[in-house]
Design a binder for this molecule. Structure first.
Ligand SMILES: [Zn+2]
Length: 175
């Protein structure tokens, strides 16, 4: 399992996976628990605060989070059932878009319903960083990236930066 990074190319298999809508998890069994465990591990290694199935090439509705001041969490088949009218700006980054960051406007508070890795249903009222991370990860399940939520001029700038960053990493690996 490894994190897919956006290549921003029409014929990219990675981009296709990152851009597709994920399907519901059928059974919360040992297999999905193992997947959740691996995803948490990869997220921690990448120093991320969230990671969604499509980011590791798994088109299933699962994501994990570990925001500051909170513990690790697993969300399976989540639905955002309420969002606040009030929107807030916050700088986002993404393990699939290394080296680029942008301010994104989203609802400040949300209510989410999901199942955890034990198969238990839960509902959470979220605010602050965790509300932000959860909305970002939920987007991944819909094939949406944070750069889709900013204006086109800014997006183009970030994609140029992303391509440069990716080339640099590739060169480093060779050299
Ligand atoms: Zn992301």
């Amino acid at each position: 399992m490894e994190v897919l990074t956006l290549e921003n190319k029409l014929d990219s298999e990675k981009d296709r996976l990152l851009r597709q809508k994920a399907v519901p998890v059928k059974n919360i069994d040992n297999e999905i628990r193992k997947i959740a465990e691996n995803m948490l591990k990869i997220m921690h290694e990448g120093k991320g605060v969230g990671l969604a199935g499509p980011q590791v090439g798994l088109l299933k509705r699962i994501f994990v989070t570990h925001a500051e001041g909170d513990g690790p969490r697993v969300f399976i088949n989540p639905s955002i059932i309420w969002t606040s009218q009030e929107q807030v700006n916050y700088e986002e980054g993404c393990l699939s878009l290394p080296g680029v960051y942008a301010e994104v406007k989203r609802p400040g508070k949300i209510k989410i319903q999901a199942w955890n890795e034990k198969g238990r249903a839960f509902t959470l009222d979220l605010t602050g960083l965790l509300a932000r991370v959860v909305q970002h990860e939920y987007d991944h399940l819909e094939g949406v990236l944070f750069i889709d939520r900013i204006n086109e001029a800014k997006r183009e700038k970030l994609l140029t930066k992303l391509n440069k960053h990716t080339k640099l990493v590739k060169r480093k690996k060779v050299g």
